[in-house]
Design a protein around this ligand. Structure first.
Ligand code: BGC
Length: 262
């Protein structure tokens, strides 16, 4: 096939970043084209060490970065609240993260490169808002990730309000993530119809408080969106995430390129 010189120039990305997404089962990273929000090449994954202590996870992150010989700034997601470079909560990860100076931990482990450490759902929300399902959507966009817990991100015209933690909002008698995370569906063996009733309750509660223009549903279960999004009974439109398993990596790379500190 002949490719014109013009096409080649147009497709060679020059504005690159690097993101690492730390999850319960894997630590995944890759080089990101910051102009398009697309990964350049494959992502690389190592298993999350157990117990997932700060030192052990930092080792995994360093391994992922070294795999690409990347020596520039690195954005890193964690499944908890991060303020002032310190992790504050650890609902679904080793409790020793609470109070850990994560900027220092990753910065020194990665040889002193600039780092941004932010909440996993916040990173996914930034990526989806800029390059995925929220692209060109005006007003308040709310990203929710359904997995072991429920992660949330709120963006207004591209600006993130970090650490919203809506998975812990009480809906009825329990925290939202204890009734409607996708893990609850698995653990209880619920049908999509049964689980979607709970998700509808959660989304109805969120929309009554925040009035978003759009909900973006992420997490592994968003890949089966056709099985459950049509069953939702809340009012605000819900669309599946578009970047699938790269959103956290892309958002982390965006965060460090913007010098974001939550
Ligand atoms: C944590 C959030 C996180 C979400 C998804 C929740 O339990 O509190 O910080 O974003 O799980 O990992």
């Amino acid at each position: 096939m002949t490719v014109s010189a013009e096409t080649e120039t147009a497709t060679t990305p020059t504005n690159l970043g690097f993101g690492v997404d730390v999850g319960g089962s894997g630590i995944k990273g890759g080089v990101v084209d910051l102009d398009t929000g697309v990964l350049v090449g494959e992502r690389f994954k190592v298993l999350t060490p157990q117990p997932a202590t700060p030192e052990a996870v930092a080792g995994g992150v360093a391994e992922v970065v070294a795999h690409f010989d990347w020596t520039g700034p690195v954005g890193i997601t964690l499944p908890g609240v991060v303020t002032g470079g310190v992790m504050r909560t650890a609902a679904n990860i080793d409790k020793s993260w609470i109070g850990t100076a994560v900027d220092e931990l990753f910065g020194s482990r990665l040889g002193g490169v600039p780092v941004s450490v932010l909440n996993d759902a916040d990173a996914a929300g930034m990526a989806e808002d800029a390059h995925g399902a929220g692209k060109d959507v005006d007003g308040v966009v709310m990203m929710l990730t359904f997995g072991t817990g429920i992660g949330s991100a709120i963006l207004i015209n591209g600006t993130l309000v970090p650490n919203t933690e809506l998975g812990h909002l009480h809906v009825g008698k329990k925290e939202a993530e204890h009734i409607a995370a996708s893990r609850v569906k698995e653990d209880k063996g619920w049908s999509y119809a049964k689980w979607t009733e709970k998700v509808s309750e959660v989304l109805s509660t969120y929309e009554a408080l925040f009035w978003p223009t759009l909900f973006i549903a992420g997490g592994g279960i968003s890949r089966k969106a056709d099985k459950w999004i049509p069953l939702l009974t809340n009012s605000t439109p819900v669309v599946p995430a578009k970047l699938a398993n790269t959103a956290g990596i892309v958002g982390a790379a965006m965060a460090v390129s913007q010098g974001l500190r939550t």
